[in-house]
Design a protein around this ligand. Structure first.
Ligand SMILES: Cc1cc2ncn([C@H]3O[C@H](COP(=O)(O)O)[C@@H](O)[C@H]3O)c2cc1C
Ligand SMILES: O=C(O)c1cccnc1
Length: 352
């Protein structure tokens, strides 16, 4: 589906079905609203999917893998080659998110949306838009065409996953340097200075952090992205990984399917999607608050409340996957627990 058609298709979640789900929650024999945000998530999923019978039996993690040209500026602790290695390991079940996804019964879909070199792996989805992005401190990271294509990779993947019977999708990414691009996008979209929204990513040294902040500042100065135009911001100081994820949020909303935000990078992609189409937020679920400095601000800006504060800064979709077992537990109560009425009637049942 094209980006334009996707944006046209997105409509708000169904509030009346969400209300019906709340009525069911409130009838269950337990302290009223006792499962807090978990109840809210289940009710919201009912509204997203247009049914009070919430079913999260099949779940996927979409991991968008791409390289970011800005690594030339010395903004990361490890080299660019790590992107390709971890992408291939994603296909072998040998990365952190794969281990966690096994526990949470989620299927991992690694997507090569722009890894610099060729990657091989049985289940890597070959969707390379470009061999990495350009260095955003010297000009736009992507062309308009590349940006549209990468957004559409995310959109189309959500359409495919829905057709395959998946009910909820966790978003993940793998792309060395993508906390630098994410910080640049966050700085522009939140209207905050780069220093306030730039952290250590995957364990950067203090010296590296100073270079990273400067690179974010230079990228914004060089490209002058328009803060009121999310597409322009994404194209100039974003990346293929961010674009794929933003597309997944838009595609999920168009497919009326819940999409789980992971950490900082994923929340930046979610905000890009939200600025392109505000109703898309109705289909997003927050999972955790990343340890990156702008993580909480981004979720506040989206108006979403996370379940976990675990100081995680791993990426790959690990935080989003960590939220799935919590949702399963909430669904078990919502779907199988007896109501006040059933409980109060029971003592009056004739004995036999
Ligand atoms: C071995 C390894 C595995 C990872 N898995 C996720 N990330 C995480 O770190 C990267 C972002 O941090 P930065 O912007 O500092 O490069 C992303 O790939 C993210 O998913 C990893 C990073 C490394 C080194
Ligand atoms: O919060 C994140 O998404 C994150 C932070 C650091 C490194 N990788 C991912």
């Amino acid at each position: 589906m094209t980006l334009e058609e996707t944006l046209r298709r997105i409509v708000p979640a169904d509030r009346s079905i969400e209300e019906e789900a709340w009525r069911r929650w409130d009838s269950i024999a337990k302290p009223l609203r006792g499962l807090g945000l978990l109840e809210e998530a289940v009710a919201r999923i009912a509204g997203m999917t247009r049914t009070v019978e919430v079913d999260l039996s099949r779940r996927a993690v979409a991991v968008f893998c791409a390289d970011n040209g800005v690594v030339e500026e010395g903004v990361t602790q490890t080299g660019q080659e790590v992107t390709a290695v971890v992408t291939e390991n994603l296909s072998k079940g040998d990365t952190s998110v794969c281990k966690m996804a096994r526990v949470a019964h989620a299927d991992v879909f690694p997507v090569d949306i722009g890894v610099k070199c060729a990657v091989t792996g049985e289940n890597i989805l070959p969707r390379k838009v470009a061999h990495g992005t350009r260095n955003m401190t010297k000009g736009p990271a992507m062309t308009r065409e590349e940006t549209v294509k990468a957004l559409e990779v995310g959109i189309d993947l959500m359409q495919d996953l829905k057709q395959q019977g998946y009910r909820i999708v966790a978003t993940g990414e793998m792309g060395i340097g993508n906390t630098t691009t994410s910080s640049a996008v966050a700085s522009v979209l939140l209207g905050l200075p780069p220093e306030e929204v730039t952290g250590r990513g995957a364990g950067l040294s203090s010296e590296g952090l100073a270079r990273k902040r400067l690179a974010v500042r230079r990228a914004i100065a060089c490209n002058a992205p328009d803060p009121s135009d999310a597409f322009d911001v994404l194209q100039k100081v974003g990346g293929l990984d961010l674009a794929g994820m933003a597309g997944a949020f838009l595609g999920g909303a168009a497919m009326q399917m819940p999409v789980v935000i992971d950490g900082f990078i994923s929340a930046v992609a979610a905000l890009l999607a939200a600025r392109m189409c505000p109703a898309a937020v109705d289909y997003m679920l927050a999972s955790h608050v990343s340890g990156e400095p702008a993580a909480r601000l981004l979720l506040q800006e989206l108006g979403l409340k996370p379940f976990l504060t675990a100081n995680m800064t791993l990426g790959e979709g690990t935080g989003a996957v960590a939220a799935l077992p919590l949702l399963d537990m909430a669904c078990a109560v919502y779907g199988t627990m007896r109501t006040f009425e059933q409980i109060s009637i029971e003592p009056y049942q004739p004995l036999h």
